[in-house]
Design a protein around this ligand. Structure first.
Ligand SMILES: [Zn+2]
Length: 686
């Protein structure tokens, strides 16, 4: 073998390499990178299993992700390694060159492993603006590799073998610590401190060994392991610890649209320009189409959202049997509210509500430092509606959506605080009486077969969604949107005159409060967290009472600070925490959802499962109703006569659930000031 042939074989420079061998070296580097990615996956599995007790669920996408990114990084690093490798000295022996080749292979492996993790860490630190997943990952991986390896090669060239070991050790320790601080929201948790100690020990060992070339390889591997361990912990914490994900604490927005039916909301969202504007402004969200209201009217439903208790437990119900003022209950002082908890945990608390039923004395205002009820003229409702229909007047007993935005703007202008904000906004526009708005026609208006009221209702929904999009823009301008936890929900739906329903309405074709069919108790629910990157539909059964714990968990308020008290409670937080790696923590699923109607007409209660709904008439002579809501979402066919076993089983479960609930710390001595009383009279509540 001649000298030039030997140089050809051992040389590190691609300029001297034949094209075929260069390609082979590149393939080798890619394969080493892919192997690094697979090892990273194994380390993730092991650390997640050890620390959190479950395996990372691995679908085909995730299984392709690790080696894919590893291979992309490996190929890039391999190319650079050949370009940057130091020129062989005159005294270099064949043995040295062989070592150099091993060195290169190992460092490609180590760097690939490291880069697979560097990417999520950088993304978490918002140094790169990409979302993990898709072809962008390969490109970004290559870009990160380019910068990282370029810097490393420069350091190697500048300082030489003897000094670069300790220097790189210091760099590795810093990188590990920074990564740890970036990904672990609670840096003084015992696990984080333990990890830090391990990082330092590993790096010191590596530095000790780094006087030789082999030591530098060990160092590179140690650096990769540091970040691996750190990122593994990151995955675990993200999946398993709802208390410490957000640092700093997020703003929390509770957006409520009064009287918003889930089916109409979904259709308007899909097929109107206002729906599109709303979706654009709102951004990606998790949608829960099977969300059940606690009651078909405002006060008990909102109290359930704010306490996590059923109306039967919190006691904010008014029975139709007691139409006198004293029976208009308010929320007992003994029932803690969400706003009280948030205030205690360090949030500013503010509410702008356009429904006068949510007056200060209702008890729902408790815990809000700023509580603004927007009310309109106190005119008896039927007269107002009649005059409005005749277009003689356009007065309202509630204030329209633009006033909510104006009130919010004033509050935000006056606010001098850098604490996180818990904000509740409550719009009234789809509530009766309905008003015409200056909007172009849309398929979302219901077409030719829609009645005048159905059309008006849908246009009110379009109007409020357009206004909400503007409100979201205002919140975004003030830095209160992108990193906020957002929950959008309605308190109940609305019954509109339609075929097939009229016979069951107790003489009431239009409105709410009097029945428990799905047009009244199936409500929209959208949840958005800073981690939400794509729309998702979640089929599970959800209830108003779930939102209290969900909001506290998503805000990162630990149970030690605000105890959760509901008897039948489910938090959605862990399910919303599905990380980019697909971790989904096992959580309790709700199987039963209870709704109560005690306001207008005979009292009733309803129990809903994923497939069935039982309506139990507590008063009056109507017999129980049973619907297979899974197959018959319109609740047209009452199966109570034919499905007697199902009826009996559901009745048993309803009684079990009902009897297991605590009695409310009931106080029925609400003292209303004259102005509030006039407001409630105007609304038809008194
Ligand atoms: Zn309402």
């Amino acid at each position: 073998m001649s000298d030039s042939e030997r140089n050809e074989e051992n040389g590190a420079r691609p300029g001297r390499m034949a094209g075929g061998r260069f390609l082979l070296a590149l393939l080798g580097a890619g394969a080493a990178g892919a192997a690094g990615g697979l090892v990273a996956w194994g380390l993730d599995q092991a650390s997640t299993r050890a620390l959190a007790g479950f395996w990372v669920p691995t679908g085909p996408r995730l299984l392709a992700w690790y080696p894919g990114v590893g291979a992309a990084c490996g190929a890039t690093v391999g190319t650079l390694s050949m370009l940057f490798a130091p020129r062989a000295g005159r005294e270099a022996t064949a043995e040295d060159e062989g070592t150099s080749r091993h060195h290169r292979a190992l460092s490609v492996f180590a760097w690939s492993l490291l880069l697979v993790y560097l990417l999520p860490v950088l993304e978490r630190a918002e140094l790169v603006g990409l979302r993990i997943g898709g072809p962008a990952v390969g490109i970004a991986g290559a870009a990160v590799a380019l910068v990282g390896f370029g810097l490393w090669a420069l350091v190697l060239r500048a300082v030489g073998g003897a000094v670069c070991g300790p220097l790189l050790a210091a760099v590795a320790v810093c990188a590990g610590l920074v990564a740890n601080r970036t990904v672990v929201a609670s840096p003084f948790a015992p696990a984080a401190l333990l990890l830090d100690a391990a990082l330092c020990a590993a790096a010191l060992l590596a530095a000790y060994a780094s006087r030789s070339r082999g030591g530098r390889i060990a160092l590179a591997t140690a650096g990769a392991l540091l970040l691996t361990a750190s990122a593994g912990l990151h995955l675990v914490r993200r999946g398993a610890s709802p208390e410490t994900v957000h640092d700093p604490a997020p703003d929390v927005l509770l957006l409520v649209v009064d009287t918003l039916r889930a089916d109409v909301f979904e259709e308007v969202l899909r097929s109107s320009p206002e729906g599109e504007a709303f979706r654009r402004a709102f951004g990606p969200a998790s949608r829960f189409p099977s969300t059940v209201a606690a009651a078909p009217w405002t006060a008990p439903s909102m109290a359930s959202i704010h306490t996590g208790l059923y109306p039967r437990e919190h006691g904010l119900v008014r029975s139709s049997r007691h139409r006198d003022l004293a029976a208009f209950t308010h929320l007992s002082q003994e029932v803690p509210t969400l706003a009280e908890g948030m205030a205690r945990a360090g949030w500013d608390t503010a509410a702008v509500v356009a429904n006068p039923v949510l007056h200060r004395d209702s008890g729902i205002a408790r815990g809000f430092e700023h509580y603004e009820v927007l009310a309109g003229p106190t005119v008896k409702l039927p007269l107002l509606t009649a005059l409005a229909r005749l277009r003689l007047v356009t007065p309202r007993f509630y204030q329209p959506a633009p006033r909510v935005r104006a009130a919010l703007r004033s509050y935000l202008d006056a606010r001098r605080s850098d604490r996180p904000l818990f904000l509740w906004l409550h719009w009234m526009d789809p509530h009766d009486p309905l008003f015409e708005h200056d909007l172009p026609d849309s398929p979302a208006d219901g077409g030719a077969e829609a009645t005048a009221l159905q059309r008006l209702y849908r246009r009110e929904v379009r109007f409020v969604l357009a206004e909400m999009a503007r409100t979201i823009e205002l919140l975004d301008e003030r830095g209160l949107w992108r990193d906020a936890v957002v929950v959008l929900v309605s308190d109940h739906g609305e019954m509109l005159p339609s075929d097939g329903r009229d016979k069951r309405l107790y003489g009431k074709l239009y409105g709410h409060g009097h029945a428990l069919y799905d047009e009244l108790v199936r409500v929209p629910l959208l949840i958005r967290t800073p981690e939400t990157t794509a729309d998702a539909e979640r089929a599970q059964l959800v209830h108003h009472t779930d939102l209290h714990d969900t909001i506290l968990d998503l805000a990162g308020v630990p149970e030690t600070a605000v105890p959760r008290i509901g008897r039948d409670r489910v938090s959605l937080a862990s399910r919303l925490r599905t990380s980019s790696a697909g971790i989904e923590e096992p959580a309790r699923q709700r199987r039963l959802a209870l709704s109560e109607a005690t306001h207008r007409g005979p009292a009733q209660r309803a129990l809903r499962t994923a497939e069935w709904k039982l309506i139990d008439h507590l008063e009056g002579d109507a017999r129980d109703e049973l619907y297979a809501v899974g197959e018959d979402p319109e609740e047209v066919s009452d199966l109570s006569a034919s499905e007697t076993e199902m009826l009996a089983a559901l009745r048993r479960r309803l009684d079990e659930l009902w009897n297991g609930l605590d009695d409310p710390p009931f106080t029925s001595d609400a003292v209303l000031d004259p102005a509030t009383r006039r407001q409630l009279e105007a609304l038809g509540y008194l």
